[in-house]
Write a protein that binds this ligand. Structure first.
Ligand code: PMP
Length: 399
């Protein structure tokens, strides 16, 4: 007897970046912030490590939600906190998307025309084709490629269908007109993820473009703003304006708090309440709540770090361009770059030999590139030295 569900056995699980413990390693592979949390945050966390650890944390993270609501000019009902934004992205898949039939996710039930009355109410006079399309859309997770590689995994875990649609070749966002003309985009997909600014491309998307797309979309849209503090614009207003739009944020990257796992969604109270109904009672750990609250009392410290990281990003982008790399214009704390010679995967190994760890993705649409997290100036100088030494040594063989 099989103990594990076939869906789980077949699953291509998400592959997180490595966290090796190698002395002297310059770690530029997981977009962590090179600067530590504010001293105020460290003090608050240390002060909370006492006998209180025996107690359950606040199940609704009320104080944190209140403070975030105040900062974002909304109500606490607009906010839900997660164990990292990854947890919330997973909850959204479970709350808003129907699992498709077994076998061919997202397609088989619809193709056989099986009624799934709970998803799509029967409309008298509706054609069989229209009904099948509606059934399929109700079980579809949609996203652009390349973007955050967790989205397809979430769809697969849930047994939902996926609709990956390519960004334009320069990783900019296709317009609604272009998406309609192309025909692959599903304007009725139950859930659409848009990473903005994009990862791993790094491009920032204007709020006006995002708004046009949100307006055309019938299902839930999640604007995943994990890197937005390093960008020129944010789209928070859309989450407060449209009842089907959610903005996802995290304390991990900009606020140097990966270790504590705190993310949050801002959206319409009805969507937030749906997510709240299915989350674990104590999904956000107590020290994480303390750390996030203290973070919000130290925003000027973090803003100074954003400026340093953005300035370093621009400096490194210029230097890599001069050396011959193709560098995408980025609005995040990382750069997506294509080496001037040789395979990107080989560069990953050669940089690693020089104790510089960057990220390489095997997906065909990005496997010619390396993603380099922006670290401190001294780390980036070491990375550039390693790049130059690789070029000097290997160009004759690659040329
Ligand atoms: N969205 C994007 C685009 C990311 O790159 C990440 C980090 N891997 C996340 C969300 C999740 O961040 P966290 O769970 O740490 O909040």
């Amino acid at each position: 007897m099989k103990l594990v569900r076939p869906l789980v056995e077949r699953l291509h699980a998400y592959i997180p970046g490595e966290q090796p413990k190698i002395k002297g390693l310059i770690k530029l592979n997981t977009n962590e912030n090179p600067y530590p949390p504010s001293p105020k945050v460290l003090k608050a966390v240390k002060a909370a490590v006492d006998g209180r650890l025996r107690l359950y944390p606040d199940p609704t993270a009320q104080a944190l939600r209140e403070k975030l609501a105040q900062i974002h000019g909304c109500k606490t009902e607009n906010i839900i906190i997660g164990n990292g934004s990854d947890e919330l992205l997973a909850l959204a898949t479970r709350a808003f998307v129907e699992p498709a039939d077994r076998g061919l996710p997202g397609r088989s039930a619809a193709v056989r025309g099986e009624p799934r009355g709970s998803i799509v109410p029967f409309v008298p006079g509706e054609s069989a084709a229209a009904r099948m399309a509606a059934l399929r859309s109700g079980a579809t997770v949609q996203y652009f490629t390349p973007s955050y590689s967790l989205y397809p995994v979430l769809a697969d875990i849930h047994g939902a269908g996926r609709n990956p649609v390519p960004l334009k070749p320069d990783f900019s966002l296709p317009s609604v007109f272009e998406l309609r003309r192309d025909g692959r985009w599903d304007f009725h997909a139950a859930l659409t993820f848009i990473t903005t600014p994009n990862a791993p491309g790094g491009r920032g998307y204007p709020t006006a473009e995002l708004e046009s797309l949100c307006r055309a979309q019938k299902g839930v849209v999640i604007l995943d703003e994990a890197y937005v503090d390093f960008a020129d614009e944010n789209a928070l207003e859309l989450a407060l304006k449209y009842p089907h739009v959610i903005v996802s944020r995290t304390f991990s990257k900009a606020y140097s708090l990966c270790f504590q796992r705190i993310g949050y969604f801002v959206g319409h109270p009805e969507l937030i309440a749906a997510l709240d109904r299915i989350r674990d009672s104590y999904n956000v750990n107590g020290l994480g709540q303390v750390a996030a609250l203290a973070t919000l009392d130290a925003l000027p410290y973090y803003r100074a770090n954003f400026r340093r990281i953005v300035a370093e990003r621009e400096r490194v982008a210029r230097e890599l361009t001069i050396i011959g790399f193709r560098v995408f214009p980025g609005q995040t704390n990382f750069l997506l770059v294509r080496p001037p010679v040789g395979a990107a995967k080989d560069w990953l190994g050669k940089l690693r030999e020089r104790k510089v760890l960057v990220r390489w993705f095997s997906d065909p649409d990005v496997n010619d590139y390396l993603r380099i997290t922006v670290g401190r100036e001294v780390e980036m100088k070491a990375m550039l030295r390693a790049v130059r030494s690789i070029l000097n040594r290997h160009v004759p063989r690659w040329a």
